[in-house]
Unconditional design. Sequence first.
Length: 283
Amino acid sequence: MAARIRALEKHNLSVPSKWLQAVEKLPIKEYGYGIEDTVSIGNLTVPNQVIGLATSESRAYQQDTVDGLLGLSYSGVSFIPGVTTFLDNIHENDYLKQPIFSVYIKEKDKNDYAGEYLFGDIDHSKFEGELTWVPLSTPKFWEINLDGVSLDVEGVGKEQMEISGPAILDTGTTLIVMDEKQATEFHRGIPSAEKSEIYGWILPTNTEQLIPGNISFAIGGAEFSVPVKNLVREPVKGLDGWSFSAVTSGASNFIIIGDVFFRSNYITFDRGNARVGIAPSKH
């Protein structure tokens, strides 16, 4: 039994006895077990939600500070057939007046406030202007079409990159992930950017001084910016003056737009109408 719930005990979590009893009766699965319980976030309560209990973890997850993951996508992406996700339970059972959630991410302030997830509403005080509503191209992931990417350098102008195609908005991804060709095209416009065999894509730590400006993402007939300074991640150990790039390459059929984009743009996910709303964030 200890092996079955070690993921839960990683941070000395109190494991409900009814979970232990349920796990005892379930057959061993490749990744773990599934039990049903009530999930509450703020004043939102969703009963009979399937929760996955891991029996093993990757080394990276063992070292992480989080205790679990709350998926906020469609049921079709669940690796357990027939399971209704938290988001779809909200939608199908009308637990909210509006089956939406909004995401606001910012730099952590002195009070440790780094943003919020707002379920069932939109906080208009957190963004500039109006939301641009973009229909989902595939109502499975939060997938939209990225029409283009450009580099806008102060005093120089805008340079269009040959990057477009299907993209998913994913709060569970920190970076922006493109295929190898797209990532190479992206870094072509960044002075001195390099592809390291050991570290992947890296940038000069002073990239903001080299090319002051923004990266623009064309979506739904509008453009949404990410400051060049946000492309520079943590320093590369052993390489003075170099930092990891916030844009990396990976094997995928779509571009993954992660938290690098969310830090500059407010996004509302509308499950009921299969669309997302995007606007520049206020900070």
